[in-house]
Design a protein around this ligand. Structure first.
Ligand code: AMP
Ligand code: MG
Length: 282
């Protein structure tokens, strides 16, 4: 079975994150054994991304959501090894600015949606407005609970306009998160990332899980599915996401546009003389 089918959250299904093993490795035993498959997915993705750009009619939006240290940045770095940076854009969503807060919650998100031919990766997204906002009670329940429908409408509109949407939740265990925080503590290159609030947020873990489950259940649908990716093993997380993205792009019916000129004509007009002077092949 492909990971696309295995990890998709079926529309209307109940999601029980506590029953999904964050350390799952699927059909793979180790990173070493999986390496050729990872390379193949990246190669395929590279080819399809060029095609997406050349085709110029559709676009791809990848949404990454997760708790801290689950690997959003790592996924982005990995995906870029399989795509031409000219056709990919990463958009990070932090706490909204005063200007952003003065608008509806989708305003800043819509502005950054992909143009035709483009791949955009959201590092956090409009889902923060039903996650952190709910957990920290930044708006009343009445407000965030209405947002699922608004999100579905918004995403449906993007899809109708030619955008494919893939939404990934990177699923790690609390102990894996603590290990990663500890690694940051011991790594001078990453100590700057640490704040005490990261540790405080861990107390809210069950509330975040509840918020994620609700959000994913309400907004996983055929046109914009959610995938829950076991993410304790970084290589497995990267492999699964690359496979899902390349399988999806493969199904988008992308094709090279036909040439806009008469090739024979162009050849005759500009290359006939050059051909005469070309060195003869031995
Ligand atoms: P980071 O991704 O680690 O740089 O952190 C960005 C922070 O911004 C996270 O703590 C998010 O929860 C927070 N954030 C993102 N979007 C929103 C939002 N709409 N409302 C409140 N906080 C947000
Ligand atoms: Mg962070």
């Amino acid at each position: 079975m492909r990971y696309r089918e295995e990890f998709i959250v079926k529309p209307g299904a109940k999601l029980h994150l506590d029953q999904i093993d964050p350390a799952y490795k699927g059909r793979h035993e180790s990173h070493d054994k999986a390496a050729p498959e990872i390379a193949a997915s990246l190669e395929q993705m590279d080819r399809l991304q060029n095609l997406l750009y050349a085709d110029g009619n559709q676009s791809l939006l990848v949404v990454l959501q997760a708790l801290d240290a689950a690997g959003k940045d790592g996924v982005i770095r990995h995906l870029f090894t399989g795509m031409n940076p000219q056709g990919v854009r990463v958009v990070g969503f932090k706490q909204p600015s005063a200007e952003e807060r003065a608008h509806d919650f989708l305003w800043r998100v819509h502005q950054n949606a992909p143009a035709r031919g483009e791949v955009v990766i959201y590092n956090r997204s409009h889902y923060e407005d039903v996650l952190v906002v709910r957990v920290h009670e930044l708006v009343p329940r009445k407000t965030w609970s209405r947002r699922y429908d608004l999100i579905n409408d918004f995403e449906r509109m993007l899809v109708a306009n030619g955008t494919r949407i893939l939404k990934f939740y990177l699923h790690i265990s609390p102990s894996e998160q603590l290990d990663r925080f500890k690694q940051r503590l011991d790594d001078p290159q990453r100590q700057w990332k640490i704040s005490e609030s990261d540790y405080d947020e861990r107390k809210l873990w069950p509330k975040y899980i509840e918020a994620y489950q609700d959000a994913i259940e309400h907004t996983s649908n055929d046109t914009a599915p959610w995938f829950v990716i076991p993410a304790n093993h970084k290589w497995f997380r990267n492999l699964a996401i690359a496979e899902i993205i390349s399988d999806t792009m493969d199904g988008m019916g992308l094709k090279l546009p036909s040439p806009r000129v008469d090739l024979a004509e162009i050849r005759k007009k500009y290359h006939a003389a050059a051909d005469e002077h070309a060195p003869t092949k031995r």
